[in-house]
Write a protein that binds this ligand. Structure first.
Ligand code: AP5
Ligand code: MG
Length: 216
């Protein structure tokens, strides 16, 4: 299965992608997680990406396309993959098409998670994430609080708030989504790949709707 997840910041892409990754046993490729790992490790890519990520702007296409090409060449991707937060621009969508054509593969579907802006702001303002990069579980003080305040249920590490979850940065991220990523949805609609799913409701309800939309 080869999938793309598109949706505004806070739509639940990461939450739903992890469940689907386990269901299909495919690689979960979150460009946001990859960038945050590189920023934390202080790599050259991380240093270049940091100001963009922290201000809520999109990282330049050249950086993202190179990072994704390297990831796609890793062995776990041969069983299938799920992109979370990529492609976010038309240039990235074109680069993905070229990369897939080279390896003679095609996308099965593009899942579009639809959530209203007010709900997104509410979710992101109350999100806490595990600081252990290998775990990365997302919590929410309203909808999914951890059992012990400030600690991850799964691995016990400290929870942290993302640098880009400040109210003014959330607004910039939403604006970038509507300006730069909405055209990607139009592009995939023309190819008949888009499966629109409401991202409102419980995590389990949304997961069921996604699987139904994919016929799985
Ligand atoms: P990225 O990490 O991709 O962030 P994003 O798209 O802004 O999305 P989020 O990760 O914030 O939200 P999500 O949809 O995954 O929701 P989640 O499941 O966590 O990108 C970050 C930055 O990196 C970008 O701004 C950009 O700078 C850069 N970047 C990344 N990719 C790039 C690319 N391709 N090109 C250029 N730049 C790129 O859920 C959110 C919260 O809601 C959580 O607290 C969760 O517990 C809660 N929640 C989830 N589902 C529900 C539900 N059903 N009901 C109630 N609460 C829920
Ligand atoms: Mg995410």
């Amino acid at each position: 299965m080869r999938l793309v997840f598109i949706g505004p910041p806070g739509a639940g892409k990461g939450t739903q992608a992890k469940l689907l990754r386990d269901h299909y046993r495919i690689a979960h490729i979150s460009t946001g997680d990859m960038l945050r790992d590189r920023i934390a490790a202080g790599t050259p890519t991380g240093r270049k990406a940091k100001p963009y990520v922290e201000s809520g702007s999109l990282v330049p296409d050249s950086i993202i396309i190179e990072m994704v090409a390297e990831r796609l060449a890793e062995p776990d991707c041969s069983a299938g993959f799920l992109f979370d937060g990529f492609p976010r621009t038309l240039a990235q969508a074109a680069a993905l098409n070229d990369a897939l054509r080279t390896i003679r593969q095609e996308l099965n579907a593009v899942v579009l998670l639809d959530v209203q802006d007010e709900e997104l702001v509410r979710r992101l303002g109350s999100r806490w994430t595990c600081s252990n990069g290998a775990c990365n579980t997302a919590y929410n003080l309203i909808s999914k609080p951890p059992r012990v305040t400030g600690k991850c249920d799964a691995c016990g590490q400290t929870l942290m708030q993302r640098e880009d979850d400040k109210p003014e940065t959330i607004r910039t991220r939403l604006q970038k989504y509507h300006q730069q990523t909405a055209p990607v949805v139009v592009f995939y609609r023309k190819n008949g790949l888009v499966r629109s799913v409401s991202g409102m409701g419980t995590v389990e309800e949304i997961q069921r709707s996604i699987r139904a939309a994919l016929g799985a």
